[in-house]
Design a protein around this ligand. Structure first.
Ligand code: IPM
Ligand code: MN
Length: 370
């Protein structure tokens, strides 16, 4: 029995999560899988009503679960950053989900490239540091003192900054931070995953030619770890990597990226595979609580229309089962999605006519037939 915390979240989150759950229930009803699902109200409505983002009680409650299944967080009525940092990133950081695994494979016939090549890329995005660490502030009027306190599972870090400029302009900054221990455990994880699939090379993304302080430490660790692990390493600057993912996606298999570049590259890769509606992701703590979600956001303008593509969330459910040690059942979901597409059933973003709920029904029906 696996205990799953379900966070439908905002916008189209509840609709896509509904389809994910529909498919998971079809898997349960045709196998020995037992899921104890509980929905939790951690989302924008509660914030608007009560001012609460993620509370101490929420964290305590979530710790009782084996895994989190999340829809999307984000709401137009709330200033950007509040929910993202207060809920989504807060959960990733609190549960120390230091790996964000975002696979991207070509889904025929939906690929967007002119060149018809097969590809399957596992992107591993570092998920707790880099420019997402939350070390920012301002020197308004050209001067100021800023104290930044960062709390992670691995460390507490306090930074004091004092600034004074030669004029009275306003200055703003956002510091990117990486720690050796975190890069080490992230690299260990990626190298182990690459070995599991028999891959001998890892493409490591950065911008070490300009952001040379932060990414020299990153490279130092990657050099050591890949050498120890007998792995080939290929470094790519993020600008060249964006181009290469469009030009030659078939040249890559395992990609490791810092947090911010990973955010950008995984949207790009999703589009290349067929669209954001097909891209799942897992926020992974290899020894703790992981969280699975689609790569896309809450898309408020599509809310309640029953038109959005639930495939990304259904595939996130697949990744969740894989992570719980049931790759056999994860594979079933993936096969069911493939068979549904093969019948020409897909939502409007992929040129089809199926409603969100019809697509979920079709995938669930395929599972029941297997
Ligand atoms: C994602 C999202 C988040 C991120 C936002 C909503 C904080 O874009 O999961 O890719 O930047 O990681
Ligand atoms: Mn993103």
């Amino acid at each position: 029995m696996f205990k799953v915390a379900v966070l439908p979240g905002d916008g189209i989150g509840p609709e896509v999560v509904n389809e994910g759950l529909k498919v998971l229930k079809a898997v349960s009803s045709t196998s020995d899988l037992r899921l104890d699902l509980k929905e939790l109200e951690i989302y924008s409505e509660r914030y608007l009503r009560t001012g609460k983002l993620v509370t101490v009680e929420d964290i305590e409650e979530l710790r009782k679960f084996d895994v989190i299944f999340l829809g999307a967080i984000g709401d137009d009525r709330i200033q950007p950053g509040i929910l993202e940092k207060g809920i989504l990133l807060k959960l990733r950081f609190t549960f120390d989900e230091y790996v964000n695994h975002r696979p991207g494979q070509l889904w025929r016939p939906f690929g967007r490239l002119k060149r018809d090549v097969d590809f399957k890329i596992d992107v591993y995005r570092e998920n707790t540091e880099d420019f997402y660490i939350g070390a920012g502030g301002r020197f308004n009027g050209g001067a100021g003192n800023v104290t930044i306190d960062i709390e992670r599972e691995l460390y507490d870090l306090s930074i004091d900054l004092q600034g004074s400029a030669s004029n009275t302009d306003d200055y703003a900054f956002e510091i990117g931070i990486m720690s050796r221990k975190n890069i080490e455990r992230f690299a260990d994880y990626v190298i182990a995953e690459a070995k599991k699939i028999g891959e001998k090379k890892i493409t490591v993304v950065d911008k070490a030619n300009v952001l040379s302080n932060i990414y020299s430490l990153w490279r130092e660790v990657w050099n050591e770890k890949t050498k120890q692990g007998g792995m080939e390493v290929q470094y790519m600057f993020v600008d060249a990597m964006s181009m290469a993912l469009v030009k030659n996606p078939d040249k890559f298999r395992v990609v490791a990226t810092p947090n911010m570049f990973g955010d950008i590259l995984t949207d790009l890769l999703a589009e290349v595979t067929g669209g954001l509606g097909l891209a799942p992701g897992g926020n992974i703590n290899p020894n703790g609580l992981s969280m699975f979600e689609p790569v896309h956001g809450s898309a408020p303008k599509y809310k309640g229309k029953n038109t959005i593509n639930p495939a990304a969330t259904i595939l996130a459910a697949k990744m969740m089962l894989d992570n719980l040690g049931r790759k056999d059942l994860g594979q079933k979901i993936e096969d069911a999605v493939s068979r549904t597409f093969a019948k020409g059933i897909c939502t409007q973003d992929l040129g089809g006519k199926a409603k969100t709920s019809e697509f979920g029904d079709a995938v669930a029906a395929e599972i029941r037939k297997m």
